[in-house]
Write a protein that binds this ligand. Sequence first.
Ligand code: AMP
Ligand code: ZN
Length: 131
Amino acid sequence: MCIFCQIVEGSIPSEKVYEDDNLLAILDIAQTTKGHTLVLPKKHSNNFLEMDEKEYMNLMNKVQVLSKRIIKNLNAKGCNILINTNKEAGQTVMHSHVHIIPRYDENDSINISFKENKYDLNEILEKINED
Ligand code: AMP
Ligand code: ZN
């Protein structure tokens, strides 16, 4: 059983931010910034690509509700919403989850940067729209 399934089951302790029949939100042990929270479906799936639409919409709806609450109550200025999908993208726990990372400052201890484009955009568009 994966580590988040064990957290859902209660055999591994967690700091619960929110819980209902389908979802659990917990404080991330890393606390990249103050209030870093993970929102996860109780039912195991390896990543968000595997979730059915209803499950996914319910998860993301709660991510928005909790983001607003976290930002307001921790006096944050914004947040990053992050879904790492597969190990190449930095996923380390293979149970679907969304990171809510509250932001207080541009120099918070998280660094997401976008590099200059080096690709042919038309070629990419054609590929994406292939059947
Ligand atoms: P990811 O890299 O997107 O798979 O994120 C997994 C996250 O789970 C990391 O940010 C870890 O710090 C966090 N994590 C791992 N184990 C636990 C745990 N027992 N309780 C809370 N968070 C955890
Ligand atoms: Zn699991």
